[in-house]
Design a protein around this ligand. Structure first.
Ligand code: ARG
Length: 473
């Protein structure tokens, strides 16, 4: 931030003395809201045109105004114009830039608008842009997970509940189980965008303007679906920010759950995957270590994303209509959530796309822990045994195996006959194989490799649509 010159305030007229330093320091937001500058300039162009159409700016004045706004934008980009600590906020800084270029003509742009409708508009514009960027990064993660899933559609893995071996699953199925939540996240952001596409500009401070402005035309020019139907709600509403923060927090939770799984998979005990060197870290003391820091940070970032949501909801709770300065506290949580997601998502995608899956280890451990017990019980059910009895018989078989220190794979027909007459059935041993168990779960949504491939095809279509939306096509 540049050194401040003489402070320029947008509200000096009715004050005799200047503000206390402590107030200035508390009040200033330009150090974080400066990133709204491109959106403030966009909105300023639309506002200049509407002032012109209202007869409040001549043709020549409009041209000078637009040229100055272009020049200011260039200067902002090149760093030739920078906010100073003496500018209270982004709106103040940009008005200073305009006055430097246009003299008193620069002061005409403020007619009919207020920082209250400006800041609400800027934040919506910023977020609608960045939500698409975030969606693109989410699509990359979906794609990384789907490529691995395609390769491992038929790789058997131990499926778990309570982190205990439950039933074998396709590892591809498990990977796709992480794609669906992300796909819902992107869908949620698209749905969010529909509600966020409302322009507050024209609401002024709170009551609209006595000048003949045209909020609907401004809304259209800025890519919104419509102008806000109520000027008071327009400046007081931050639902779009809270709702975005909820979407971001839920992405955080999904990344955290995926991160936790990857931490487990990479452990010596699981040894399901090997992380690529580029996406793992070492220890400063233990030369042998390869740590899953990307997955851990993905897990850890959920905390701040949830915190950002709680922070804004708490700020909003109990605010009277309409604009209150509390609302300035909306921006940092929103910016932090955007930055956090844009930082963490490429790393998680890289980790997923480069990890090597230890297929042999997954397949050999898939039947461990008597994971085929349900298959055996269901075989009995197909033979007419009540599930309750079948469950009991297989339970006894598990205990028998444990006592005799053996596994299902090593059982003989004689062993089975000793446990229960129900097991004296042709094919009883045949169901005790993992690939058969996977293939038999072939109903819609099941883990049979063929169903996993169908699921993948459906997801690809969904993700293609999401990618197109995110890139604006
Ligand atoms: N910087 C303020 C914010 O972020 C916008 C200015 C509105 N200030 C005001 N005193 N009406 O909310």
């Amino acid at each position: 931030m540049a050194e401040g010159g003489k402070p320029m305030r947008l509200w000096g007229g009715r004050f005799e003395g200047g503000p206390a330093d402590a107030l200035t320091r508390l009040s200033v937001s330009v150090q974080f809201d400066w990133r709204l500058a491109p959106y403030d300039l966009l909105a300023s162009r639309a506002h200049a045109r509407v002032l012109h159409r209202a007869g409040l700016l001549s043709e020549a004045e409009l041209e000078r105004m637009l040229a100055a706004l272009d020049d200011l934008e260039e200067a902002c980009k090149s760093g030739g114009f920078r906010p100073t600590v003496a500018d209270e906020d982004v709106h103040t800084a940009l008005e200073r830039g305009l006055l430097e270029r246009l003299g008193s003509l620069g002061g005409k742009l403020r007619a009919g608008r207020s920082r209250n409708d400006q800041v609400a508009t800027d934040l919506r514009l910023y977020l609608r842009d960045h939500v698409r960027l975030i969606a693109s990064r989410l699509v990359e993660l979906e794609t990384a997970l789907m490529s691995q899933a395609e390769e491992h559609a038929a790789t058997a893995a131990p499926g778990m509940t309570h982190l205990q071996h439950a039933q074998p699953v396709s590892f591809g199925h498990q990977l796709l189980a992480h794609v669906h939540p992300i796909a819902r996240d992107v869908d949620r952001l698209r749905d969010w965008d529909r509600r966020a596409a409302v322009s507050p500009l024209g609401a002024g401070a709170l009551a609209g303007s006595s000048l003949p402005l045209d909020p609907q035309a401004v809304a259209e020019e800025l890519g919104f679906d419509s102008a806000a139907p109520n000027s008071m709600d327009a400046v007081a509403d931050r639902d779009f920010a809270a709702e975005f923060l909820f979407c971001a927090a839920l992405v955080g939770v999904h990344l955290s759950r995926l991160g936790e799984e990857i931490v487990l998979w990479a452990s010596q005990e699981f040894h399901w995957i090997e992380m690529d060197d580029a996406y793992s870290t070492g220890s400063s003391i233990m030369p042998q270590k390869k740590n899953p820091d990307v997955a851990e940070l993905a897990r850890g970032k959920a905390g701040r994303l949830i915190g950002n949501l709680v922070s804004l909801l708490t700020t909003l709770k109990g605010l009277p209509l309409t604009y209150n300065r509390d609302l300035q506290e909306d921006k940092e949580p929103v910016f932090d959530a955007v930055d956090t997601l844009l930082l963490v998502l490429p790393a998680v995608s890289g980790l997923v796309s480069t990890m090597r899956v230890n297929t042999a280890r997954l397949e050999s451990s898939a039947p461990d822990g008597f994971a085929l017990a349900t298959d055996l019980a269901e075989l009995l059910v197909r033979k007419g045994v009540a599930f309750r009895e079948a469950h009991e018989a297989v339970g006894h078989l598990v205990v028998w195996c444990q006592v005799n220190d053996t596994t299902f794979e090593k059982l003989t027909e004689e062993d089975l006959a000793k446990i229960s007459p129900h097991f004296v059935a042709p094919g009883a041993l045949d169901v005790l194989n993992v690939q058969g168990a996977l293939a038999s779960r072939k109903a819609y949504g099941g883990t049979a490799p063929d169903r996993v491939r169908d699921q993948l095809a459906t997801l690809r279509e969904i993700v293609d649509g999401q990618a197109a939306w995110a890139s604006g096509s």
